[in-house]
Design a protein around this ligand. Structure first.
Ligand code: PMP
Length: 360
């Protein structure tokens, strides 16, 4: 049998693991920060009708510039953004990959503040980009001084600030973004995958005017309950969007993806109606776990990073055996739990309570 080591793999991929959160068919799946509420039926019907119209034209390639979808996204984000300032791809992972293809690559570097989203280093190695990991301070909150110092020292070609940060849930302050932008000459990406859950903070989109090196990345996979469609997007200066056009594959967004996403955005209010409930379940989960003696880190997202587990792997497996999937990210003593529906949240609280102190 042929194995990976028999193949002439690129050097920087040797020994790497593919991204791989488990996809078990369990009743309570809280491991990849999805919105666990199904989309409303009237929205589903409208999407299906839009898909039906689109499917009659699939003998032709789709609109390569997906202008209708970009116009919908510009309207959804507001702030006077023009179609030329919007971009989209199959998930924000693909958007971020295109950003690295355009602005990083061999001989260039990507910097971020860890622990953070585990795909950043994988996207770096996939594009032959040097990965620079700078550790976050205790309690994970970035400061303007700390961020500026790291960026001045390393002068990366691209830096990503994730706010709220996955997997810690930590919110990102505006002053940090401004200090970061002024501290280096590279492209600054603010990854706002979880922004809609952070009702206290304004989007970095409002900082775009006059800042052509600032890129704001968003996704329909989280609050928008649309992970299965794969639609991530970005707002930036029109010149940045022009640069991304140089690396995208022709017709990368299928006609069906464009039709489904455009229809869903027409129903943005209905699609986002569960956000308040999810935040309330997150806070209920935080209170319950705090009362059990766990350390719950402050979160502006739809998940919690929880410390105080004696053996996180054992707790992960014990919950998995009870049909509950959460995330073990190899942060000592910690596990990450997505806030789900009321019933799912109750199931997690009951299961962790039943495990006893330290989740053992
Ligand atoms: N950024 C962050 C911080 C994420 O947590 C995720 C999904 N886990 C993504 C980007 C990518 O999401 P998608 O490709 O589904 O848009």
């Amino acid at each position: 049998m042929t194995s990976l080591s028999d193949l002439p793999l690129r050097d920087n991929l040797v020994g790497q693991e593919p991204y791989g959160a488990p996809q078990d068919a369990v009743p309570v799946s809280l491991n990849v920060n999805e919105n666990t509420h199904p989309i409303p039926e009237h929205v589903a019907i409208d999407i299906v009708q839009s898909l039906a119209r689109a499917v009659t034209g699939v003998n032709r390639y789709p609109d390569r510039e997906f202008t209708e979808l970009r116009s919908s996204l510009a309207g959804y984000l507001g702030h006077g953004l023009s179609v030329e300032q919007l971009w989209a791809a199959n998930g924000s992972n693909e958007v971020l990959q295109q950003v690295l293809q355009a602005f990083a690559g061999p001989g260039r570097s990507l910097l971020s503040f860890t622990p953070t989203y585990s795909m950043y280093p994988l996207l770096a190695s996939g594009t032959d980009t040097e990965w620079i990991a700078v550790e976050r301070p205790a309690e994970y909150a970035l400061t303007p001084e700390g961020v500026a110092e790291a960026l001045r020292e390393h002068q990366p070609d691209v830096a990503i600030l994730c706010g709220p940060n996955n997997p810690t849930g930590t919110s990102l302050d505006r002053e940090v973004i401004l200090a970061a932008y002024d501290a280096f000459d590279g492209m600054l990406v603010v990854d706002e995958a979880y922004h809609e859950f952070d009702t206290e903070r304004e989007s970095a989109v409002s900082l775009l005017p006059g800042r052509h090196r600032l890129l704001v990345s968003r996704t329909m996979s989280k609050a928008f309950a649309f992970a299965g469609v794969r639609l991530g997007y970005l707002a930036a200066d029109a010149a940045v969007v022009d640069a991304l056009r140089l690396v995208r594959l022709p017709y990368h967004l299928s006609a069906l993806t464009q039709a489904a996403a455009t229809a869903a955005i027409r129903h943005a209010d209905a699609m986002l109606a569960t956000v308040a409930d999810i935040s309330a379940q997150r806070d209920r989960l935080a209170d319950a776990l705090t009362a059990l003696g766990y350390v719950v880190h402050p979160s502006g997202a739809n998940f919690l990073l929880v410390g105080g587990f004696t053996d996180p792997s054992a707790t992960f497996e014990a919950l998995r055996a009870r049909g509950i999937l959460i995330r073990n990210l190899s942060i000592p003593g910690h596990l990450r739990i997505t806030a789900g529906t009321k019933a799912e949240t109750s199931a997690v609280i009951e299961a962790i309570t039943a495990l006893g102190p330290g989740g053992a």
